[in-house]
Design a protein around this ligand. Structure first.
Ligand code: NYM
Length: 270
């Protein structure tokens, strides 16, 4: 446990093969939670908007070649970069901008709270006229922020997480324990929703695109790797769009309510 007993948002992860319907189910879950008045956001991994995410995207589009271990670590880095809170303070000195501090947020929690009300989305640059530290003009570049969001009461519906990392890399033959190692210490989801669809059925849907991994034989291996990873806490969602939707809604609302009541956060595979 990371020691939080306050009301918080839930970390909901959707997993499954390519074309299993995760993305549309994630969108529906978001609308459902918002409709019930819960604060919720949709996240997805890989997040292709960051510089690490762009390297991943180039790899998936076959525009670059990377060793299996290297791409695995990039996928993991892409999760770490969105789970930690980093703060860059840029102090304007005459006409120059100099980086004054770049690092973790310890000691800056007061400032971060103050910024919360200005907006906290990734990459936002906020200029403040002054700060109690006495700097004349200070810009904050706030990145993060899975834990911050959850603690602020926002439920995160996450389309793929560390399980995709381990399933897809180990399907290529990389050792499972090696694959898990860089994921350790990330936040553990409150629930994993696995959209359980036979690989053949997924392949029939909309056709695979031009991305790496979108081949039936490989997806069959990924399905086996997911089997190894899954535990009794995973919710396996059956097929059939309407039924899946209803089933997922009920499960998710239960978890959102448990987290509101103070269920503590915990860490993955620790
Ligand atoms: N993928 C996704 C991985 O290999 N490792 C990971 O850690 C994650 C999050 O990327 N085929 C794979 C699974 C998908 C591909 O995902 C891109 P999507 O959901 O199609 O954007």
């Amino acid at each position: 446990s990371v020691g939080n007993t306050d009301s918080r948002g839930a970390l909901i992860v959707l997993e499954g093969l390519d074309r299993c319907g995760k993305t549309s189910q994630s969108g529906k879950l978001l609308s459902h939670l918002e409709g019930l008045g819960h604060s919720a956001e949709l996240w997805r991994f890989p997040d292709r908007t960051t510089s690490v995410g762009q390297m991943i995207s180039a790899y998936l589009l076959n525009q670059s070649q990377l060793d299996d271990h290297t791409i695995h670590l990039l996928f993991s880095a892409n999760r770490w970069e969105k789970s930690q809170l980093y703060l860059m303070i840029v102090q304007r000195q005459k006409t120059e901008l100099c980086i004054w501090h770049w690092g973790g947020c310890e000691g800056y929690s007061g400032a971060i709270c103050a910024l919360g009300s200005y907006g906290s989305s990734l990459g936002v640059i906020i200029s403040l006229g002054f700060l109690e530290h006495g700097h004349s003009i200070v810009c904050y570049h706030l990145r993060s922020m899975m834990e911050t969001k959850l603690k602020a009461g926002t439920t995160l519906i996450v389309d793929r997480y560390s399980y995709s990392g381990v399933a897809f890399s180990s399907a290529k033959g990389v050792d499972v324990e090696w694959c898990k190692a860089p994921e350790m210490g990330l936040l553990a989801p409150d629930v994993v929703l696995f959209l359980d669809i036979p690989p053949e059925k997924a392949a029939e849907r909309g056709g695979y695109g031009g991305e790496r991994y979108e081949h039936l034989e490989f997806q069959k291996k990924v399905a086996q790797c997911y089997q190894i990873l899954r535990d009794s806490s995973w919710k396996m969602a059956a097929e059939g769009i309407d039924e899946v939707e209803k089933e997922l809604h009920d499960i998710v609302v239960d978890h959102v309510l448990a987290c509101k009541k103070g269920k503590p956060l915990s860490l993955l595979w620790s």
